[in-house]
Write a protein of this length. Structure first.
Length: 85
């Protein structure tokens, strides 16, 4: 597997955020602002899924789900437990 640079990860994340729900995985890959190798793209998608920034809707379109404002609102609540895998 290819190791993406931080710049590449951020570029893909920004593109997903701007076009949330517009592309399936292959469509997103083909419409990135810069070309990325498929293996590198796969690593980035898996990473963004693992940190819960993206998800797939019922039709397999990639949707950006990260909400920093909501996270900040609940981050310091003592009655909530953060689970990591």
């Amino acid at each position: 597997a290819r190791s993406p640079t931080l710049q590449t990860v951020l570029m893909v994340e920004k593109h997903i955020k701007q076009h949330s729900g517009a592309y399936k995985k292959t469509g997103l890959f083909n419409n990135l602002p810069r070309k990325v190798m498929w293996q590198t793209f796969q690593v980035i998608i898996e990473y963004l899924e693992s940190i819960h920034k993206i998800a797939y809707d019922a039709d397999d379109y990639i949707v950006y789900i990260w909400n920093p404002a909501l996270f900040e609102k609940y981050r310091n609540r003592k009655d909530l437990e953060w689970k990591t895998e």
